[in-house]
Design a protein around this ligand. Structure first.
Ligand code: HEC
Ligand code: HEC
Ligand code: HEC
Ligand code: HEC
Length: 399
């Protein structure tokens, strides 16, 4: 069927249908919903159902005041209808919803869906501050790291002997050790003071900043024997710390290009237990002072390589991907894709987590939510809940 004849057939259906046709039909396909667009009486019937069976959870006029219960006002008719069928038929599981609708026929579901769809979406309440949703974490990290540069250098390549190389280290390692200084499980007076005021978010941003800086080959030299160091490293260290000291694992730090003074001090600290790390302690327990000097000379001479770091998108950049289906600012123009603009923040978080864990099944949304972190989900929910929803204009009650 071409486009024009399709539209003609829809109009014919609308004209041909007696106003009350749906009230006598038991099984409705979502493609037949068009008939209730033209039937104010159906929407009135839907209003009566809503006021007796839905209002206590979904609020007056479909604006929910209850945690994890979605707003329904201004949502697409087809979407609401198919979700109601899904609850009733057990495809979407929620006991509260099942209780509320188990006795309703398709006609009643279409009527109540039509009613909610005809309402205006809630007006945006006090706007969430969306500053944090547009900041680039690396730019924020650079700013927060300004005080670290005095010792670690502007890009984490170190300013003095004894200062470790931070650039190009895996962010998970940097986050882990920075928190260890902060909570005192790794001790160093300078570092404990330097990080004492950082929030978790600062630590994450700073770590990402250093991780994405290009690590430079060290100009420092060490007295040890590089060849002897290489032999010990190959036998005992590089299994974890990576070939030539460039680690492929997030938890194990790279040693390539590491400052030799820091390297020796840290290795000794594991050996004596001053740095409490049983695995490292057992790895270095038999090393002699000469071995450590040789290893420090070997590692500082290796070229450090930056790890492959996933640079997180800002929330706005992420939302551009969601908008491809959910419409600009979450105002969907596809009947079976829900609008998410102005939806409750807690409900959006719950919905995405349900898709992520397959509690709620949708292959599209599983693919979209699988990679999202808890924080990204919260930020997306903050972002969309602060957008103004738009009415679904083609379903309006005539005045
Ligand atoms: C006892 C509380 C309760 C009552 C009564 C109730 N609901 Fe719900 N409803 C919920 C909860 C909770 C959810 C979210 C469930 C989930 O996460 O899947 C929900 C979800 C929905 C959804 C899915 C919306 C979306 O964006 O995906 C629709 C549609 C809906 N309800 C319609 C209705 C209608 C129509 C009625 C009345 C016939 C009704 N509900 C009565 C609690 C209730
Ligand atoms: C006064 C100098 C100084 C300042 C300022 C400083 N650091 Fe350090 N940093 C050090 C020293 C010295 C060490 C080695 C400590 C040790 O032996 O455990 C270190 C170690 C580290 C390590 C451990 C590296 C590893 O791979 O184990 C990290 C991460 C780090 N600093 C991050 C920071 C951050 C972030 C800041 C700013 C908030 C900062 N530092 C400020 C001197 C400093
Ligand atoms: C079983 C895996 C494993 C082996 C083998 C291993 N290490 Fe480690 N190494 C680690 C882990 C994990 C850490 C991080 C410990 C921490 O958080 O303090 C570490 C940390 C280090 C550090 C501190 C780096 C920094 O940036 O702070 C040095 C130095 C080090 N190892 C040297 C060695 C040497 C030398 C050998 C070989 C004799 C060796 N390691 C063998 C797992 C290993
Ligand atoms: C490929 C198209 C597509 C993309 C891209 C997409 N979605 Fe969805 N989304 C859907 C569809 C279709 C549904 C309804 C699925 C169902 O039937 O449960 C949905 C449902 C949802 C819901 C549930 C709404 C409700 O009322 O229950 C939320 C929340 C949501 N998406 C958020 C997002 C976010 C955030 C992103 C971006 C990270 C995103 N979506 C990207 C197609 C998409």
């Amino acid at each position: 069927m071409n486009k024009v004849s399709h539209i003609v057939s829809i109009v014919m259906t609308m004209l041909a249908l007696p106003i009350n046709a749906s009230a006598t039909t038991d099984k409705i396909e979502s493609s037949q919903l068009i008939k209730i667009f033209v039937a104010p009486s159906e929407i009135k019937a839907g209003k009566a159902i809503a006021e007796s069976s839905c209002i206590q959870c979904h609020g007056v006029m479909g604006v929910s005041a209850t945690e994890n219960v979605p707003h329904l006002a201004g949502q697409h008719l087809d979407y609401l209808f198919t979700q109601l069928q899904a609850y009733r038929d057990g495809l979407r599981v929620e006991a509260k919803m099942l209780n509320a609708i188990s006795a309703l026929s398709d006609t009643a579901l279409a009527q109540v869906a039509g009613y909610y769809s005809s309402l205006d979406p809630p007006l945006k309440v006090a706007a969430e501050t969306s500053d944090s949703l547009t900041v680039d974490p690396i730019v924020a990290g650079k700013k927060a790291a300004s005080a670290c540069g005095a010792c670690h250098g502007p890009t984490g390549n170190g300013a003095y002997p004894g200062i470790p190389l931070l650039s190009g280290k895996h962010p998970d390692h940097l986050i882990g050790v920075t928190k260890a200084y902060k909570n005192g499980s790794r001790k160093d007076p300078m570092m404990q003071l330097a990080v004492s005021m950082l929030s978790d978010e600062d630590i994450e941003n700073i770590s990402l900043f250093y991780a994405t800086q290009k690590p430079l080959a060290s100009t420092a030299t060490a007295k040890g024997d590089v060849t002897k160091g290489a032999t010990v490293a190959a036998a005992s260290c590089n299994g974890c710390h990576g070939e030539a000291g460039n680690s492929a694992s997030a938890e194990t730090p790279s040693l390539a290009g590491q400052d030799p003074q820091y390297f020796s001090k840290a290795t000794l600290a594991y050996k004596t237990g001053e740095r409490n790390h049983p695995i490292m302690q057992s790895m270095v327990s038999t090393l002699s002072a000469e071995d450590i000097a040789n290893l420090s000379a070997y590692y500082v001479a290796q070229l450090p390589k930056a790890p492959d770091v996933r640079i997180p998108l800002t929330t706005e950049q992420q939302a551009e991907k969601c908008d491809r289906c959910h419409g600009i600012n979450g105002n969907s123009i596809s009947p079976l894709v829900p609008s998410i603009a102005g939806q409750r923040r807690d409900y959006i978080v719950k919905a995405i987590n349900d898709y992520k864990t397959n509690v709620r099944e949708s292959s599209m949304m599983f693919a979209m939510s699988e990679q999202l972190t808890e924080k990204e989900i919260e930020n997306l929910a903050k972002y969309y809940s602060s957008k103004q929803g738009k009415s679904v204009i083609f379903i309006r009650l005539p005045q």
